[in-house]
Design a protein around this ligand. Structure first.
Ligand SMILES: Nc1ncnc2c1ncn2[C@@H]1O[C@H](COP(=O)(O)OP(=O)(O)OP(=O)(O)O)[C@@H](O)[C@H]1O
Ligand SMILES: [Mg+2]
Length: 248
């Protein structure tokens, strides 16, 4: 089976800074694939190139064989994107945020309303349906971002730091959702700098630092290869880079 996502020699320069410095990875169908790395590692830059929000400086990424360089519109239709920054529209209610977003995918209103109602129930947002965005807590905003990411029934879900800044309970709720979606076979790309999140959710991951992939494998493989099975991914990161993932 060909991979769902394939990145080849992917690069992004901001002036002199090589934010993403020639990375390669493949994501198989149905897996949750992680980009684990500290602040400034290049995770969001990678996500933005994948989601056609930022032009590439070099290389390519394909989604189901479609290139972000050649067919960005085709790629966008396949993806559900939950960005790191909360970019909900503050002028609209919870429901209207979902409906307006569905227009980017040419989803007819009646279908969009049906999907939005289903997602609002699933993400426990029903009692906030008509509320403005400013009335939502951080956890509810993240849940709405995730609901919005699913409105176009994506083939791949892209979650950029889905639980950063959330309290442990909201974090656990998001983890449950991601696990549920994985059980249903949804392919997911997740970025995080939380060790527990990477260990719990990711089938395979790459460790990324200063724009480069420094190691890849399953969490178990990385821990047994670098620590003889004793420790966690944070210790692996420390051993490989001399840096502490939490030193931020
Ligand atoms: N628009 C920009 N212009 C210049 N430099 C940028 C820009 N966006 C990001 N950078 C730089 O590129 C590097 C990678 O940033 P990026 O946001 O991809 O990191 P990240 O891994 O997502 O970090 P975080 O965990 O903080 O979200 C950083 O050094 C950052 O300062
Ligand atoms: Mg980021």
């Amino acid at each position: 089976m060909p991979p769902v996502i394939k990145a080849v020699d992917l690069r992004k320069n901001y002036g002199e800074l090589r934010a993403v410095d020639g990375i390669d990875f493949e994501i198989e169908r149905g897996e949750c694939f992680g980009l684990l790395g500290p602040n400034g590692a290049g995770k969001t830059t990678t996500v933005k190139m994948l989601t056609c929000a930022l032009p590439l400086s070099g290389g390519d990424i394909t989604v189901e064989g479609l290139s972000v360089n050649e067919d960005p519109r085709g790629v966008k239709y396949l993806l559900g994107v939950c960005p790191q920054e909360i970019n909900l529209d503050p002028d609209f209610s919870v429901l209207k945020n979902l409906i307006v977003y569905s227009r980017y995918f040419d989803i007819p209103y009646s279908e969009a309303k049906k999907r939005a109602d289903g997602l609002i129930n699933r993400f426990h947002l029903h009692d906030k349906l008509d509320r403005p965005i400013e009335d939502l807590s951080g956890g509810l905003k993240k849940r709405l971002l995730m609901a919005r990411a699913l409105i176009n029934k994506p083939k791949v879900l892209v979650l950029d730091e889905p639980t950063t800044g959330l309290d442990p309970q909201s974090r656990r709720q998001i983890w449950e959702e991601v696990r549920g979606m994985k059980k249903n076979g949804l392919t997911t790309l997740l970025t995080t700098h939380y060790i527990e999140e990477a260990e719990l959710l990711c089938d395979r991951l790459v460790i990324i630092d200063s724009g480069k992939i420094i190691e890849h494998g399953t969490p178990g493989q990385l821990i047994s290869k670098h620590l003889e099975g004793k420790g966690n991914l944070e210790d692996v990161f420390l051993k490989l880079t001399g840096k502490n993932l939490r030193d931020e």
